[in-house]
Design a binder for this molecule. Structure first.
Ligand SMILES: [Zn+2]
Length: 133
């Protein structure tokens, strides 16, 4: 597919902006890297291809943030968690659209683009979040 794009975080976010969740797949051992990196930490191969990965997963762990950095204060309290995607990849992110009492390890979440609240003055924050499946 898009084999020529560089395997960098910048490119990963470019794909996110296009609504695609992409991981770097090692061509030698098949390991998926998310976010992508230029060197496989299993076999040290530098040969990768971009693959589309599942946006669905299960909540592994989470924390509710009550006291946030200034640029996030408008969103408090909010939850951040680590979600294990169906492909086995683990990805951190903000969880939105759920009450605190609905949050439980193991609930099914879907990575969502575009409809997440993001502080305007924080361009580095990835433009995705997790929502209830
Ligand atoms: Zn490898």
């Amino acid at each position: 597919m898009s084999a020529n794009e560089p395997f960098t975080i910048e490119q990963f976010y470019k794909f996110l902006q296009q609504g695609k969740l992409m991981a770097g797949k090692c061509l030698r051992c098949g390991k998926l890297h998310l976010p992508p990196r230029p060197l496989c930490d299993d076999c040290y191969s530098q040969q990768f291809e971009w693959v589309n990965v599942s946006r669905k997963g299960k909540l592994l762990t989470y924390t509710v943030i009550n006291i946030a950095p200034q640029q996030f204060q408008a969103l408090t309290p909010y939850a951040v968690g680590i979600v294990q995607l169906d492909d086995g990849l683990k990805i951190p992110g903000m969880i939105q659209g759920l009450q605190q009492e609905q949050l439980k390890v193991g609930i099914e979440l879907t990575l969502d683009f575009g409809s997440c609240s993001t502080p305007q003055q924080w361009p580095q924050w990835p433009r995705y979040c997790f929502k209830s499946t």
